[in-house]
Design a protein around this ligand. Structure first.
Ligand code: UD1
Ligand code: CA
Length: 456
């Protein structure tokens, strides 16, 4: 049976108090609307239309990688009006449309598939996904007859005192027979407290026509809506638990899942251990047997096997096998760290390549440089890559020993097998096999202290 989906994402989200459209707020690093699109696709719904309105261009831009179509809702007159705006998308289609709201990101593949099965098997014209919840405040309530049949959905603001006591809520997700939905959308009115055209009223209209209405209760965690920052944080917690549970199932040790923040796109190899306070974001891949000690942020980076990181920031870079990073290192975008490298404390690497087995142990800045293998950077080395106008390149060959407190004034080249004396300011090429000393000779003025009367 043909199916498709319409995702309602035109609302502003006033309760978020935000300048970005609500559905673009992120849960575990991914925009809510994209999470919904991805779940629908996982449930084998290919044909997806997103209703946009408030911040339409932003929503389009944020979803452009997802292969969906768009309908524009000019003026947010309610969820029923929003679906009406997808009329061109639904026109002429036969089968089932699944309606999602872009602000309910916790819905999963299985729940969607179950809803579709339930709807098709029961031959319903409409099926609403519901949940029982202790505090139903803000949600539409499911009003059932004594025999359990669904009569209608009443919005919180329109509820009578009796209806407010109902704990079964409307998730805002439904399956509809496309033709039955389309032919009743223009029968909606906005004669309610919010003055909106409610999609939920289609249920009552169909019921009054004697059509079969299904209701499928699921776990509240699947359908939680996000209308406020508080609810956003609750959704984040649920999603974070799911992500962390998945990694633990795959053989990763997470010491404290409550304080470990792993994005939805992150991949992690077996036997890696993650200590509290780590934030792993974007398209990051972490290898096997790594140890992430507390308090690092790793974003859009590839970390190979057996890497140890502690209290550091790694952005858009790659780190080879057996490397140690930190504590307190900062690896900035476009850096490539080879194998068995040591990046120690208070080291900053920016847009640089560091060859295998090179040690940059402490208090060093390396920017716009290509560094070979087997080098040793003494404490306090600075690559002087910026002359006030442009960033220049520095080349350091293999097996170079850079003495402490050296400045490498770019552009400059240090060839293979070289030594640089501590405290040198290198401005000229250092030839292969040589020692470079670039500092003033020491002068001792004997007896100077006493002559000045400063002796004690
Ligand atoms: C809606 C349901 C409510 C349900 C709840 C579940 C209605 C009338 N109410 O209420 O029964 O319990 O979701 O979370 O449907 N939107 C548009 N255009 C509009 C209005 C809304 O695209 O004109 C979109 C919003 O961007 C949002 C979604 O529809 O993604 C839901 O809108 P929202 O205003 O959050 O509805 P709720 O009050 O939460
Ligand atoms: Ca909502």
């Amino acid at each position: 049976m043909y199916n498709c989906a319409v995702i309602l994402a035109a609302g502003e989200g006033k309760r978020m108090k935000s300048s970005i459209p609500k559905v673009l707020h992120k849960v575990c690093g991914r925009e809510m609307v994209n999470i919904v699109i991805d779940s629908a696709k996982k449930a084998q719904i290919e044909d997806i239309d997103v209703v946009i309105g408030k911040g339409a261009e932003q929503v389009k831009e944020a979803t452009k990688s997802r292969d969906v179509t768009y309908s524009l809702q000019d003026g947010q007159l309610g969820t029923g009006h929003a679906v009406l705006c997808a009329g061109d998308f639904l026109k002429g289609k036969e089968g089932t449309v699944v309606i999602f709201t872009g602000d309910s990101p916790l819905i999963e593949e299985d729940a969607i598939k179950n809803m579709l099965n339930f709807h098709n098997k029961g031959k319903y014209k409409a099926t609403v996904l519901t949940a029982e919840v202790d505090d139903p405040t803000g949600y539409g309530r499911i009003v059932r007859k004594k025999n359990g049949e669904v009569l209608k959905i009443v919005e919180h603001k329109d509820c009578s005192a009796e209806e407010l006591k109902i704990n079964e809520i409307n998730s805002g997700m439904y399956c509809f027979d496309i033709e039955s939905l389309v032919e009743n959308l223009d029968k909606l009115h906005n004669n309610n407290v919010q003055g909106e055209y409610y999609l939920t009223d289609v249920i009552e209209i169909l019921k009054n026509k004697g059509e079969r209405i299904g209701a499928l209760p699921v776990n509240f965690e699947e359908v939680m809506g996000v209308n406020s920052r508080l609810q956003l944080s609750k959704a984040e917690r649920v999603m974070r638990n799911r992500v962390n549970n998945m990694h633990m199932k795959n053989g990763i040790t997470i010491i404290d899942p409550n304080t470990t923040y792993i994005g939805l796109n992150v991949k992690i190899g077996r036997d890696t251990t993650i200590y509290p306070g780590n934030v792993i974001e974007g398209n990051t891949v972490i290898g096997e047997n790594c140890v992430l000690y507390p308090n690092s942020r790793i974003k859009d980076s590839t970390i190979d096997d057996n890497v140890i990181v502690q209290s550091s920031v790694i952005l858009s870079s790659s780190v080879g096998k057996n490397v140690t990073v930190g504590p307190f290192a900062y690896i900035r975008p476009e850096s490539v760290i080879g194998r068995s490298v040591k990046i120690g404390d208070f080291v900053e690497i920016k847009k640089s390549t560091i060859g295998d087995r090179t040690k940059v142990a402490h208090l060093t800045y390396i920017g716009d440089a290509e560094v070979g293998s087997g080098c040793n950077f003494g404490c306090g080395t600075v690559v002087v890559n910026y002359d006030g106008k442009v960033k220049n390149k520095t080349l350091v060959g293999n097996n170079s020993f850079i003495g402490c407190n050296t400045n490498l004034v770019s552009p400059v080249k240090v060839n293979d097998n070289t030594y640089i004396a501590a405290g040198s300011t290198i401005t000229d090429e250092v030839p292969e096999g040589s020692l470079a000393i670039a500092r003033a000779r020491q002068v001792n003025k004997e007896g100077w202290v006493y002559k000045k009367g400063l002796g004690k």
